[in-house]
Design a protein around this ligand. Structure first.
Ligand SMILES: [Zn+2]
Ligand SMILES: [Zn+2]
Length: 279
């Protein structure tokens, strides 16, 4: 089920997430004065459109309205929003016919509108301020299902970039989200930014269908040397910014399973909505 978020001004907490209470006196008057000056010089901006906002950490009202949160019912494997069905245990047609290589999958928002701008900003625009926001929404996703996946994980790892792309971009956007997820959840010890690596550079997945995407990334992922022999019996949670057909995450999950992982789940910020074809 997909649902446009209500304007936050209405008081609705549509994602079911209550941020920690703001600390009243984080560092005395000096810190408060420094914060006030910083806000005057750099007023907080909406991470999706750069409009000025009153409080940092959220979106402007127009971008809130332009964000589609994925609520139950959704496919329990790939996180795709479903029109109807029970809140738990649903499997979409695509996953029924070609199950992904992971177990459970949760996504926070539909890859459209403001969410698309957030992803592109994080991926190509050095907008690292998107990562904490994405992490909070992912934890709140599907009535806290995202947070359950994080809690249950022994190892939290991002989908990797090829080192050439990493050199160009300077950071892995999924790694930044994974870092925030682990930090907010007190699971820093589970964070494994270097768990997976791309063994070869793959052309962009854009413009390819499901089968072509799978072929494009087949055998492109491996557990890094540092982690070999350390995954046996562990529960891995893979983090990515966007899930389209799941080809990349399936490749990553296969590599983890081949290395002995007991369980592999995925948590993504955005999910590309697709037309459900009748079976
Ligand atoms: Zn905005
Ligand atoms: Zn599915």
């Amino acid at each position: 089920m997909i649902e446009k978020l209500h304007d936050p001004a209405s008081g609705d907490d549509a994602v079911g997430y209550t941020p920690p209470a703001r600390r009243r006196n984080p560092g005395g008057w000096f810190a408060r004065a420094a914060e006030t000056i910083a806000r005057l010089v750099y007023p907080p901006a909406c991470p999706a459109c750069r409009a000025e906002i009153a409080e940092p950490g959220g979106l402007c009202p127009a971008c809130w309205r332009d964000t589609i949160f994925i609520n139950p019912p959704a496919c329990s494997r790939c996180g795709a929003p479903m029109a109807f069905g029970p809140a738990e245990g649903l499997v979409c047609d695509a996953c029924e016919h070609a199950p992904p290589a992971w177990g459970r999958g949760v996504g926070a928002v539909v890859y459209d509108g403001a969410a698309r701008r957030l992803v592109l900003g994080l991926k190509h625009g050095d907008r690292l301020d998107v990562a904490p926001l994405a992490a909070r929404w992912m934890l709140a996703a599907q009535g806290g299902a995202g947070a359950s996946l994080v809690r249950a994980a022994d190892v939290i790892a991002p989908a990797p970039l090829h080192w050439k792309r990493m050199l160009k971009r300077k950071y892995n956007q999924s790694g930044e989200i994974a870092r925030e997820l682990a930090s907010i959840s007190g699971k820093d010890a589970a964070l494994a930014l270097d768990l997976l690596e791309r063994t070869r550079s793959t052309p962009s997945q854009e413009g390819r269908n499901r089968r072509e995407r799978r072929e494009n990334v087949a055998g492109a992922f491996a557990v890094s040397r540092r982690w070999r022999g350390r995954l046996a019996g562990r529960r891995v949670l893979l983090i990515d910014d966007v899930l389209t057909t799941g080809a990349t995450l399936s490749g990553c999950a296969e590599a983890c399973r081949a290395a002995g992982a007991a369980d592999v789940n995925v948590l993504t910020f955005a999910r590309v909505a697709r037309e459900e074809r009748p079976a």
